[in-house]
Design a protein around this ligand. Structure first.
Ligand SMILES: [Zn+2]
Length: 67
């Protein structure tokens, strides 16, 4: 059974931490706080993420399942 949280989850493109060259797929964990996590696991829970309107170029994120 789907929850409201599942329905709200979305994937965006963006960078993690100081590496602004690698664009990851970021799962939005919390829209209100802007908490996002790279699908490939780049960075850590405390890593800053920035949403970008750029093509994802992280091979690990491109290969990662979205489920
Ligand atoms: Zn990645």
């Amino acid at each position: 059974m789907k929850t409201a949280v599942d329905d709200a989850a979305r994937i965006v493109a963006g960078t993690v931490g100081d590496d602004v060259l690698t664009v990851h797929r970021l799962r939005v964990l919390d829209e209100s706080t802007g908490d996002r996590r790279a699908l490939c696991g780049a960075g850590g829970p405390q890593s800053e993420t920035d949403e970008w309107s750029r093509a994802v170029n992280c091979p690990d994120c491109l290969a990662a399942p979205t489920e």
